[in-house]
Design a protein. Sequence first.
Lengths: 197, 454
Amino acid sequence: MKKTIIVLCFFALGLAGCATEVIRKDTAEVVDLSGRWNDTDARMVAEEMVKGCTDGRWIAQFNKDKGRDPVVIVGTVVNRSHEHINARVFVEDLEMALVNSGKVKFVADKGARTEVREERADQQENAAAATRARLVQETGADYMLQGSINSVKDETRGQYVIMFQANLELVDLTTNEKVWIGQKKIKKVVKRPKYSM
Amino acid sequence: MRHFCFSIRNALGRSLIFIFTGLVLSSCASVGGARLQPEINGLIAAGHVQAAADKIIAPSADYGTGNYVLYHLDRAIVLQLTGDFSASAASLEKAKARYDELYTHSVTNEASTWVVNDNMSPYRPAAYERVLMNVFQAFNYLQMNALNDALVEARDLDAKFPVITDAYAGDRHVFEDNGFARLLCGILYEASGTAADLNDALIAYQQALTVYDAYYGGTYVPPILQDSLIRLAQKFNDPELKQYRARFPDARGDRDRPDAARVYLLESVGFSPVKVSRMIPVPVDDGLVTKMAFPEFVHRTYNVHFSRILLEDAQGHTTGADTQLADDIEGLARKDLEARKAFVLAKAIARPALKYLVERNQKESIEKKHGPLAGELFGLFSSLYNFYTEQADVRSWQALPAQVRVARVQVPAGIYHVRREDLNAAGAVISVQDEGQLQLRPGQTYFLIRRSLQ
């Protein structure tokens, strides 16, 4: 009887350990669950590449030629990898890094502009004259940041190595000249055990 | 009581009790999960797609323990048929993710397949089903006008093929590469239009040719692939061009005109075969019986054998093409099972034999300790257990079609009224579907993806 009670107690403890667990994590903490591209990868790549971009010689040259900060717009980042990557998340990380750099001015992309223009047009009809945003006063971008995310995967039974490569280019919107090219690679090794209990 | 004990000892009496009880237990098939898949696929086969969707997305719907992947595979097809491509894509991603986790085999779970049956193991899609997961996912993205996401599936397949081949090389399983999957990759790369992707398209078409030749012994190459090989080999001045022209003299390989658009009809036809359990009873001593159970595919009939896409312009001129066989899914399924037959049968023989040996040893031990009656009763009920639990694994992705067929049409850019005719094996039109108006831009590639359920 005593043995039975002890066994039942251990059983109950074991079951208690099987309950759903929720752990809050800092958003800056690296958590890799599956080897797939994740929020940490997007943030790391965006921050490092924007730093490399804004430290480039082209900024000093632009400041010298024009006497002001360059205006940058983020264009398309194409996913050429073999995973479904939410490129929008990566683009937003790029935009945040650009704004936070303080070295460039940043304007809304094609998608965001549509809504802004609709609001501006609405104001012409409905807002008080003194408070209306004026038409044809948008700041044109000097440069567009475009890029792609690629991947190379090498896999054998139970393990694989995957390398993500993000390529970004800064293109002069007047001359099509590429004034800066950057690349960032992330490599992950994923191992899965063949057997478990 | 004495009379009852005597009848237990009598071999005939034991056999009768055994058979009766076995029949009663066998008729009490597991409810819920095990019955849901046949219901869903019966509804699909009858064309009641919305009813199948309502059943499969119900909160309580599942296919039972260990069949998570199978449930989401069928769910994905059902949702694709109802036009909910986003939800279908989510289901396929769940199936893929869970399949990756199932790489790790549980030792206790594997042991249970020797004590009970193969249904104790979680369902792991066969190699041909793994490839088709990407194919039908690509279909989802194409129908959402997300060519780039469909290309992700093509790249995933490119990475997956050598892994699957490597996993099965020299093993009891044989992976049959999928010519249509390669052909689809080529079509998607070509639709992308970038120089790098066009080069990848040619490589994919060449790989598709190798696979079709292996599968059909060189007797059949889809005409659409013949045209594609010549078209791209011309573009790249590929050294194989001369060889392709010699081998495919009827293929035109017309260059893509910059003012024209291309329309592909990718049609899934019919119903994949379903597995049924075949049983061979095996008498053992004292009038008791065990059995060997193994799966076998059964063909499901369908009427639509191919389709015709027709594009009518504003002047009433019609351009069309018939679909060509691109993927013989039924054939792949049968080949896969055939390749594994030796192992499946060996296990179907070894497992009941093992169970019987264990049972006999236990029976002798019980007889010594508790007397002959206890031994006989144990023998009877353990034989019942062995007989009842010896079930073939008849799980498969039943919502798949029997074939995928492809047609390609090149027309000048403009507005067209599109019709699709479904035809039977004799070439008679069974039904006509109005696909509505289509506005095609120069250089556009448009994908029409359909499933015939007749």
